[in-house]
Design a protein around this ligand. Structure first.
Ligand code: PGA
Length: 265
């Protein structure tokens, strides 16, 4: 029998600032987050500013309980790849994490599962942990294709990943129709999708790994709906866009992920 129980998965909340900060704003925002969450111990908190802000934000959060993440990476380490940023560059800037496969990259920049898989391997090779984003569009959901889409994204994005590496991968279930739209998945919809993701992970990596893998929910998470979503045992945290730009709201979401308990360690 598995010794790892569902209840032992530590909650993780990512703040994806997307393309919304220039350096001064990023430093201010990081300072505000540190003031509210710098001593957080019971929830992992990862800030993901735009690339040009990474080092400045790292200087603000270094030595606190907060961690730094990139929003994307390229799979080669160095070379003639104009405009791209590699895993060694992210780690040198202080990143421990990177988001891979965000729906905005899949749908606006045309990233395929195969590209996502290459990025995932590059990140792991350089000791970055990964928030791997997957999710169905509204059309896919309405066509009854949600499970098929999630399965294909998981199978292809995680190709040739060893079960032993799964403790450095967090799955972010982000229904595309809920991202930045104000239309959040209901706790029941999220529960159903997360349970399905865990089933597929079980098929790919075995039950013990599936139960230990954290699955975040993302898509219009706010201070108002976080407690209900984070109360679902299948939801192991959140990947937050818009609300991560508002320090009070973001702190409230982290608090909700921590079960509403005092968060200072
Ligand atoms: P949102 O974005 O919270 O603004 O919907 C979530 C995400 O894209 O990770």
């Amino acid at each position: 029998m598995s010794s790892r129980k569902i209840g032992t998965r530590r909650k993780i909340v990512g703040g994806n600032w997307k393309m919304n900060t220039t350096i001064d704003g990023a430093v201010d925002l990081a300072q505000e987050v540190v003031r509210r969450l710098g001593n957080t111990r019971n929830v992992e908190v990862v800030l993901c500013p735009p690339f040009p802000n990474l080092e400045a934000v790292y200087r603000v959060i270094a030595g606190t309980g907060l961690q730094l993440g990139g929003q994307n990476l390229f799979w080669e380490d160095y070379g003639a790849y104009t405009g791209e940023v590699s895993a060694p560059m992210l780690t040198a800037a202080g990143c421990e994490w990177v988001i891979v496969g965000h729906s905005e990259r899949r749908h606006i920049m045309g990233e395929s599962n195969e590209m996502v898989n290459r990025k995932l391997h590059a990140a792991l090779h350089h000791d970055l942990s990964v928030m791997l984003a997957i999710g169905e569009t509204k059309e896919e959901r309405h066509a009854g294709a949600m499970e098929r889409v999630l399965r294909v994204q998981l199978e292809q994005s995680l190709e040739r990943i060893d079960a032993g590496a799964m403790d450095r991968i967090v799955i972010a279930y982000e229904p595309v129709w809920a991202i930045g739209t104000g239309e959040t998945a209901t706790p029941a919809q999220a529960r159903e999708a997360h349970a399905f993701v865990r089933t597929v992970l079980g098929e790919l990596f075995g039950q013990e790994v599936a139960e230990a893998t954290r699955i975040q929910y993302g898509g219009s998470v706010t201070a108002a709906n976080a407690a209900e979503l984070m109360g679902e045992p299948e939801i192991d945290g959140a990947l937050v866009g818009g609300a991560s730009l508002k320090p009070d709201d973001f702190a409230e979401i982290v608090r909700a992920a921590g079960g509403g308990r005092a968060i200072l360690g």
